[in-house]
Design a protein. Structure first.
Length: 518
């Protein structure tokens, strides 16, 4: 005589009742069913200098049509619970994975919930022997998604790229990719994805493009970025599987023999007509244009971004942004429409995919009180300084206070000495000249290191070839140097710098979007 069901643990209920019921229905745990699938990493909890992870969210069962196409969630409870006690948790996971069907079970039966609301009733109890088969659930899935057309199904079910390493899209990337593929399969031509900086927009874009390209739904694709470092990083990392089908537009020259094009929008457009090399392509050459960081101007009627989009008007346009731009002159939503998917900075931190940040505000006396020259005071060039009160709006723009730069450098050095001098750090300055002055002060204050290792502190800006050449080393997890990067805007647009522990803002940032990116 076996142990009574109500005395079994949840794990035993799964093993003895729920898993056998799923297998009997035709679900294969080597092919289309996963048990205990982790969805999040667990929030990073900081206490003093110590960190730990919060509890990870884990679905008991996820059922797939094929890898990357989830159909249902099954949440289990032990038999001391009612059959539907796991439903609220199952609905949360169902929303995260964007699946229409969720189930709860205590080993006696299943409670089924249709998140689309199309079934009547929305919830119903079914016996252990009546769980739907993979084919039955797929048919219901295609019905509620209106994917009965064979061409739509072919596009929607196109394989993801698998490099064999086991890397797979996170749950929110999966939802973003599938929603975008579904929208394009239905003929939607203006699509907006909103994903916080650092949550893998480029990898998400790659999987979208890969699936559309492999399905031959989109044959020639243009990815527009606004930083050269981003284009290079994209080409050698996430987009590497495109191989010889891919090229980066350089030297203002166009080769029409490729299918995947990466381009800096400044490299294909200009103020003079002859500079607009994108017009060397026919208007119908591309059938998909993906705009990274589209809030930087793609919806602005006067911007080069919009001119390019307008030229390739017949193509599908996908805009990707951390925060959509909505002003009286620029509107991402007016151009692309409402986002098909949104994953916020707050959610990324809550899930543990992004690190929480602690803001330490330091105000120098001149920042708070302003600065006024004495009567007849001249600058370093001997020119008379205009007699007025200068404030933070002026510092390191129209007025440079050398002593202020020194004080900031001293505070940064003190902080690193009190914590860890080998912590990768970025100091955002007003411009490249300011970044150069900051570098000089830090070099002097850290002479014990810089005397033997010149790369401890470097200016890494777009117009500094020596510093720019060290960008890959700065973002390399295995490379200790450079340790401190003084920059202006080179590292604000999603360049992957996962090793950074300290960010210093020594410039005026009036945009919430830019602050969130940093």
């Amino acid at each position: 005589m076996g142990i009574p069901r109500h005395q079994l643990s949840e794990t035993e209920i799964r093993t003895q009742y729920i898993t056998p019921a799923l297998v009997k229905a035709g679900w294969d745990f080597k092919r289309n069913a996963r048990e205990e699938l982790y969805l999040t990493d667990g929030r990073i909890l900081v206490k003093g200098k110590h960190t730990k992870r919060g509890k990870r969210k884990k679905a008991d069962y996820v059922l797939f049509h094929k890898p990357g196409v989830p159909l249902a969630i099954v949440e289990a409870k032990d038999n001391t619970h009612a059959v539907g006690d796991g439903m609220q948790q199952a609905l949360e996971y169902g929303e995260m994975l964007d699946v229409p069907f969720v189930f709860s079970s205590n080993g006696d039966a299943f409670l089924e919930h249709d998140r689309t609301g199309k079934s009547k009733p929305i919830e119903r109890e079914i016996s252990l022997d009546s769980f739907p088969s993979p084919q039955a659930l797929w048919e219901r899935f295609t019905a509620v998604k209106d994917l009965k057309d064979s061409e739509l199904q072919t596009i929607y079910t196109q394989d993801y790229h698998d490099d064999g390493s086991g890397k797979a899209p996170r749950y929110y990337q999966l939802a973003a990719i599938n929603r975008t593929i579904e929208a394009i399969a239905r003929g939607q031509n203006r699509i907006l994805l909103v994903m916080a900086t650092g949550t893998g927009k480029t990898y998400t874009a790659f999987q979208i493009i890969w699936r559309l390209w492999k399905a031959r739904k989109k044959r020639r694709i243009l990815l527009l970025v606004d930083r050269n470092a981003l284009a290079d990083q994209t080409r050698i990392q996430d987009f590497k599987p495109f191989g010889e089908a891919m090229t980066k537009v350089t030297d203002r020259r166009v080769d029409k023999a490729y299918e995947i094009y990466l381009a800096l929008y400044q490299a294909v457009s200009g103020t003079e007509e002859w500079q607009n090399i994108y017009k060397q392509f026919s208007r119908e050459f591309f059938d998909l244009v993906v705009v990274d960081e589209c809030h930087r101007g793609s919806a602005d009627e006067a911007s080069a971004w919009h001119e390019i989009l307008d030229y390739f008007d017949s193509a599908t346009h996908i805009g990707m942004a951390a925060t959509p731009k909505e002003t009286k002159d620029v509107s991402n939503l007016a151009y692309f429409g409402d986002p098909v998917y949104t994953y916020s900075l707050k959610q990324g931190i809550e899930d543990g995919f992004l690190a929480p940040y602690k803001v330490v505000r330091i105000d120098l006396d001149k920042d708070l009180e302003g600065w006024r020259p004495t009567y007849g005071q001249v600058d370093d060039r001997g020119e008379l300084i205009e007699d007025r009160i200068y404030n933070q709006q002026d510092f390191d723009r129209s007025l440079v206070l050398a002593e202020r730069t020194k004080r900031v450098a001293e505070r940064v050095t003190q902080f690193l000495k009190e914590t860890d001098r080998d912590s990768k750090s970025i100091i955002f300055c007003e411009d490249t000249e300011h970044a150069g002055r900051m570098r000089n002060e830090l070099v002097k204050l850290n002479g014990d290191i810089t005397a033997t290792d010149r790369r401890y502190v470097m200016r890494i800006t777009g117009n500094d070839p020596e510093g720019k050449a060290e960008l890959d080393n700065f973002i390399d997890r295995e490379s200790l140097r450079p340790t401190i990067a003084c920059t202006s805007r080179l590292l604000t647009t999603g360049v992957d710098t996962k090793t950074v522990r300290l960010i210093v803002l020594d410039r005026q940032i009036k945009s919430l979007t830019e602050f969130k990116q940093i």
